[in-house]
Design a protein around this ligand. Structure first.
Ligand code: RIB
Length: 298
């Protein structure tokens, strides 16, 4: 299996379940409060690891109870955390998440994730040399994302960028990306186009962009510029938090497969991930994923 290097965020998710999302000024009684391990980087690392990849994580947590708990959980998953720095005098990242009828609304306070510097990445250069694929998102400073892309390129490694949460990115960074994995809104922002121009953008970047489209699955253009569609798998959703992260972790875990096959596996993994509460709660193991796909084929 692949050696995946994830450079990204590590958050504690503080999750409230409610019957509906509160309007401004409204006070609601929630049904349940839970804490879950989260952060797009950590989620993607866990997704790839459960699917059998060898995973190393570069990130930053605070010297506090959340940071220690999250580090322990990453280690328990079998993820190499030697390059996760414990920063002093800054809190571990948290995400305040409201879940209602399987949908979510998220506010992230980055905390220690924003203390991850390019110097941290250069200090972990050996991890880039050892990886098959480097996976990154945008919950760490942009300078660190750029350093990750440069290091991946210098070591001849694939660089997969999940551009979430969306920001406009410099062309110099986009040029270094092997595969970009936006949703349709992130794609529209990145390429300054209308939401419904996505087909044109995919055709202009064959095999360079896989766009996720929620219940409509995933889309990309093949080597001939023809649009390819992978339908989403139907499941009963409990919590969609982390579905995109599972998709990205799976793409990295199955890196080297042809894109149609990887997109199918990633959509299936992502479907399973929403069947349990918490970003990482429903992420499947490789065996669970293959059994699910087998059952779909019957
Ligand atoms: O993608 C879901 C993740 O976004 C959550 O786990 C939360 O921590 C935020 O980073």
């Amino acid at each position: 299996m692949n050696k995946v290097l994830v450079v990204g965020s590590i958050n504690m998710d503080l999750v409230v379940e409610t019957a509906h999302f509160p309007a401004p000024g409204e006070t609601l009684l929630g049904q349940r409060f839970s804490t879950f391990a989260g952060g797009k980087g950590a989620n993607q690392a866990v997704a790839a690891r459960r699917l059998g990849a060898q995973v190393t994580m570069i990130g930053c947590v605070g010297d506090d109870a959340f940071g220690r708990q999250l580090l322990d959980q990453l280690k328990a998953e079998g993820i190499d955390t030697r390059h996760v720095r414990v920063a002093q005098q800054i809190g571990t990242g948290v995400a305040a998440i409201t879940v209602s009828q399987a949908e979510n609304a998220i506010i992230v306070v980055p905390g220690a994730n924003h203390a991850l510097t390019p110097a941290d990445l250069y200090a972990a250069e050996a991890a880039f040399a050892a990886a098959d694929v480097v996976l990154c998102q945008l919950e760490i400073p942009l300078a660190s994302v750029e350093a990750a892309a440069k290091l991946a390129q210098q070591h001849g490694k694939a660089f997969v960028l999940n551009p979430a949460p969306a920001v406009v990115l410099p062309a110099s960074l986009l040029e270094r990306v092997t595969l970009l994995t936006p949703n349709e809104h992130e794609l529209a922002l990145l390429f300054a186009c209308a939401d419904d121009d996505w087909q044109q953008q995919l055709r202009a970047h064959p095999q360079r962009i896989v766009m996720t489209k929620g219940a409509d699955g995933a889309w990309f253009a093949d080597g001939n510029g023809q649009l390819q569609h992978q339908c989403a798998f139907r499941v009963s959703a409990v919590d969609t938090t982390g579905a995109g992260d599972t998709f990205n972790g799976a793409l990295a875990a199955f890196w080297g497969n042809d894109l149609a096959n990887s997109a199918r596996l990633a959509c299936a993994a992502s479907a399973l991930s929403v069947t349990r509460a918490g970003a990482q709660g429903g992420m499947p193991t490789r065996e669970q994923l293959l059994a699910f796909i087998d059952a779909q084929n019957k």
